[in-house]
Design a protein around this ligand. Structure first.
Ligand SMILES: O=P(O)(O)OC[C@H]1O[C@](O)(CO)[C@@H](O)[C@@H]1O
Length: 508
């Protein structure tokens, strides 16, 4: 039986929840963006692509219907069958729920339903062009382009660290040592670096397309630089990175001590990914760092299988990121000269880096290519692995994992540490339920908690109501300080300004 802690879940009918605004304002805006994207693509197709043009227009009509239903609070209808096994689960749940209407439905279920339904408009398409089309892809790469200053800053830091790690390893080998840090001081230094890399990875989650629909180039840069990260340290309300480091460090020591058999030294870290573009870039920074230090010998990345919550990673985003980094001069080239028009007469150039952004220097291009070389060889050598699963786009919480996706559950037990990135993963870990904010994280994650066999680390910037594991009085204190007398809703937790880093040792 599924874990049922009898805690109510957040609903779109609750005016004090971010679900209320999401269903009425954010989602229609997101569907409008998708309509605009398909429309632009249709306009860019050559006249000879008669079938694709016609199908594109019918997809626009399907999206417009969805938007109408959303805005007019119609009932959620069964998702058209596209042959994938998860449709049955969506149907069963829809039937069990009523079916509900858009403005009075469980937030987690309905938001997943929204993206699953949008995906069906493409997965049921007849033309190969639309079948494999990612309606959010354009936006995902635009945002990575806009992140150029932060990308360069982090690339520089990454290259220095990796070069230093490699040279100190070589130095130790020359001196006939084991190549492992031995003193407490060295351990402390390693821990500090781990925390820095993990915090870079954490704050990469603050820039999210589904939330920051009107983000400007300047806003984005303010959110991403090292100064911003330093200033945000006080906004990490719970920080269990020390405990996460200890388990990885201990596993590394044990493995080195027993390094006799061929698999003795294999240690895996998993990252359940969230957003593409800049966030995927910082996830790879953490992954590359873990592999370079030997805190992990393998990193498994878990992307979604379908376009999801606007900016979530699908496998093609990984390839797109590496492609962009392989030829950064072209990727960061200033937008094409004005005057290039598409079929509708609109400017054909993408937004992203400003028109007055200078071309990338040779030095900066080399820097990005260093990361490209590093990550593409880790991928080619099988140390950096992509493992999509349909489970990540099911509607429910991760409490269901042992029953609905036992293969995923068993697989994650093989890992030393499973890092869940972002807000949606946190909502799914905690069942998106209205827990008291002082509920222990280990309780809220139910079957993924103590003695599950899975070590869970949530790296989450808060963008929704649910929050657990806070010290007594903290929620009230932040409500008062940031919301004044308007304390009924937990608005402070909606913007990505605050974060929680929470750990559960399911192997203890
Ligand atoms: O990309 P992230 O961090 O999962 O954020 C997505 C989350 O943000 C929201 O879009 C707004 O809270 C949620 O719907 C979703 O949980």
């Amino acid at each position: 039986m599924e874990y049922d802690p009898q805690v109510p879940t957040y609903q779109t009918s609750d005016p004090t929840s971010f679900a209320f605004i999401s269903a009425r304002e954010r989602w229609p805006a997101i569907v409008t963006g998708a309509i605009d994207d398909v429309h632009r693509t249709v306009a860019s197709l050559p006249d000879s692509e008669i079938d694709a043009v016609a199908e594109g227009k019918s997809i626009v009509a399907g999206l417009a219907t969805l938007k109408y239903e959303l805005q007019h609070n119609r009932a959620l209808t069964p998702i058209p069958d596209d042959g994938q096994p998860d449709v049955a689960g969506y149907h069963a749940e829809l039937a069990a729920r009523g079916p509900p209407t858009w403005h009075d439905v469980e937030w987690l279920y309905s938001e997943c339903y929204l993206y699953r339904r949008m995906a069906t408009l493409f997965s049921r398409a007849q033309t190969p062009f639309w079948k494999s089309y990612d309606v959010f892809q354009r936006q995902k790469m635009d945002t990575f382009k806009s992140s150029r200053p932060a990308v360069l800053e982090l690339a520089g830091r990454y290259r220095d660290i990796i070069t230093q790690i490699r040279s100190s390893r070589d130095h130790k080998v020359i001196n006939n040592s084991s190549g492992s840090p031995e003193t407490e001081k060295e351990k402390e230094a390693e821990k500090m670096l781990f925390v820095e890399m993990a915090e870079i990875c954490l704050w990469g989650n603050a820039t999210d397309l589904s939330l920051l629909t009107s983000l400007t180039y300047e806003d984005l840069q303010k959110l991403q630089g090292s100064r911003a990260r330093k200033e945000s340290e006080k906004n990490v309300l719970v920080n269990d990175l020390g405990s996460a480091f200890e388990v990885l460090y201990a596993a590394q020591r044990t493995s080195q001590a027993n390094a006799t058999g061929p698999s003795a030294s294999s240690r895996r870290v998993d990252i359940v990914l969230d957003n593409a573009g800049f966030e995927l870039f910082v996830d790879l920074i953490l992954a590359g760092y873990l592999l370079a230090t030997g805190l992990a010998t393998e990193v498994v990345l878990h992307p979604k299988s379908i376009p999801w919550f606007v900016s979530d990673v699908v496998p093609a985003d990984f390839a797109a990121l590496l492609n962009a980094m392989q030829d950064p001069k072209t990727f960061y080239a200033p937008p094409a000269a004005a005057g290039t028009k598409d079929r509708s007469g609109k400017d054909a150039v993408a937004v992203g880096a400003g028109r007055d952004t200078p071309a990338l220097s040779d030095k900066d291009a080399e820097l990005i290519q260093f990361l490209f070389d590093d990550w593409s060889s880790l991928h080619a050598e099988g140390q950096l692995i992509l493992r999509p699963s349909r489970f990540w786009t099911h509607a429910g919480s991760f409490w269901r994992m042992p029953h609905t996706a036992p293969e995923v559950f068993e697989d994650l037990k093989e890992s030393e540490l499973v890092i869940f990135k972002g807000d949606l993963n946190y909502r799914k870990l905690t069942g998106d339920a209205a827990w008291s904010p002082t509920t222990p994280f280990t309780t809220a994650i139910g079957p993924l908690g103590p003695s599950s066999g899975i070590r869970t680390l949530a790296l989450r910037t808060c963008k929704a109501d649910v929050v657990v594991g806070l010290p007594e009085g903290k929620d009230e204190e932040i409500r008062k300080a940031s919301q004044g007398d308007d304390v009924e809703a937990r608005k402070w937790a909606w913007s990505g300004k605050w974060a929680v880093v929470q750990f559960s040792d399911g192997k203890a």
